[in-house]
Design a protein around this ligand. Structure first.
Ligand code: 291
Ligand code: CA
Length: 160
């Protein structure tokens, strides 16, 4: 009888910590749906959401704005995510810049965290580093990727 009170406390500690975990997951999920509510026309793919405000700017400008919003530039990592990006490009009839560059090493495309890309959807003949000046990646309305000069202005697309 002596320790039944203690094990009841331990059981409750576990229940509280489980609930804390569930609450954290729910908060993370809810904050993503809030982005789509704030910027309608966003796309939800699994745990990821893609949203645009309609703003257009250079790569550095767009990268900064996504970070400021608590997200990052879109970086589709599979065909389903790329299709979601494509749908937004089609909706606005404007190409987006991805969070993918070969700024560090020419010809080696990486995510903004430095990891090598695990998925790509290059248009035939791309990336061609035209005039040696193309280190960013735009997505065309057909969903295909083209490397493009980072100083060009493109539609912002953030992921959360
Ligand atoms: C051509 C291709 C692309 C390249 C693009 C830019 C155009 O696509 O060679 O690989 O990225 O040109 O070089 O840049 C400027 N300033 O015109 C054109 C298709 C729209
Ligand atoms: Ca190109």
């Amino acid at each position: 009888k002596g320790d039944s009170g203690l094990s009841e406390v331990n059981l409750m500690k576990k229940q509280v910590s489980d609930l804390e975990g569930q609450l954290r997951a729910l908060q993370a999920s809810f904050s993503k749906y809030q982005k789509v509510a704030a910027f309608p026309g966003g796309r939800i793919v699994g745990n990821k959401v893609f949203v645009t405000s309609g703003y257009e700017g250079t790569f550095d400008d767009l990268k900064q704005k996504c970070l400021q919003a608590g997200g990052q530039l879109a970086a589709p990592k599979n065909a389903a995510e790329n299709t979601a990006v494509q749908q937004i490009v089609v909706q606005h009839n404007k190409s987006v810049f991805l969070g993918v560059t070969d700024i560090q090493t020419e010809g080696k495309f990486r995510y903004l965290n430095g990891d090598a890309i695990v998925y790509s959807n290059w248009l035939q003949g791309e990336p061609n580093n035209e005039k040696g000046r193309e280190n960013c990646v735009e997505v065309y309305v057909n969903g295909k990727w083209n490397d493009r000069a980072c100083g060009e202005k493109r539609l912002i697309l953030c992921e959360f």
